[in-house]
Design a protein around this ligand. Structure first.
Ligand SMILES: [Zn+2]
Length: 257
């Protein structure tokens, strides 16, 4: 449960997600892991990076950074200060990146490459307000839960190189990545709470699952609509063809209307 920022993400929202998954018969192994209860693990990973001299404090203001179009310029005056020399204060922590091209092979999107220094820059792993970054947290959690395959929306593909970089630095195994298209509205925005998309219809879980399969280009037989969620999922597991999603960047919400 990605609740790194608990004041913003209520317990109620987390419970609603779990209820929706249960309703759709999408069950999980073991106990739900909450990022809000994992600070010790993130702290330990951060310390491991600090021991390798890969972390520095950044006091740059938002205004300082606005001039560099989102790419951290690497000019921070504190970049070469050792962690131990620091006064405790109000700063973010960044992870140093190197000027080399990284590669990974996405199961669906093919070969991906990125030069972290040129395209991202030293990136934040702990925010000024004390919260750990998404990048660090998911890498630590994926290893802890022994995740072997990461299947997620293509909107997150840009994070993958930073996460693989952290896995290398922390000596974690690298999972297989597969980035699938997301459903978008007429403005090209991902359907999400942030863009006020309608919630899933949980009164008709079978229809919801059936439509999801249609969106995912899996061509379920029409009679499957009347099946139980467990039957629809069984069909999906047996007939799943990920290659049908190849080269699709996004799925238009209007396709089914
Ligand atoms: Zn800085």
């Amino acid at each position: 449960m990605e609740d790194l920022d608990p004041p913003r993400e209520s317990t109620e929202a987390a419970n609603q997600i779990l209820q929706a998954l249960e309703c759709l018969n999408l069950n999980w192994d073991g106990e739900v892991l909450y990022q809000s209860r994992r600070h010790k693990a993130y702290h330990d990973a951060l310390a491991q990076l600090q021991r390798q001299d890969l972390v520095f404090p950044c006091i740059c203001s938002r205004q300082d950074l606005r001039a560099c179009s989102g790419i951290y310029p690497g000019t921070c005056s504190l970049r070469d200060i050792k962690g131990s020399d620091l006064e405790p204060g109000n700063y973010a922590l960044r992870c140093k990146v190197s000027n080399s091209i990284m590669f990974f092979d996405d199961l669906l999107q093919g070969k991906q490459s990125q030069n972290l220094e040129a395209e991202i820059g030293d990136f934040i792993i702990k925010r000024k307000d004390g919260l750990y970054s998404y990048q660090l947290a998911v890498v630590v959690d994926d290893t802890f839960q022994e995740i072997t395959h990461i299947v997620r929306g293509i909107d997150l593909i840009g994070s993958s190189h930073r996460q693989i970089y952290l896995q290398k630095l922390l000596d974690y195994p690298q999972p297989v990545y597969s980035h699938i298209p997301v459903i978008t509205n007429s403005l090209g925005q991902k359907l999400s709470k942030q863009h006020h998309a309608t919630a899933l219809n949980l009164n008709k879980p079978s229809l919801t699952l059936y439509q999801a399969l249609l969106y995912l280009q899996q061509r379920p037989p029409a009679e499957l609509q009347d099946g139980k969620p467990s039957e629809i999922l069984l069909w999906a597991i047996e007939n799943w063809k990920i290659k049908k999603l190849k080269n699709l960047q996004q799925l238009d919400e209007g396709l089914l209307n």
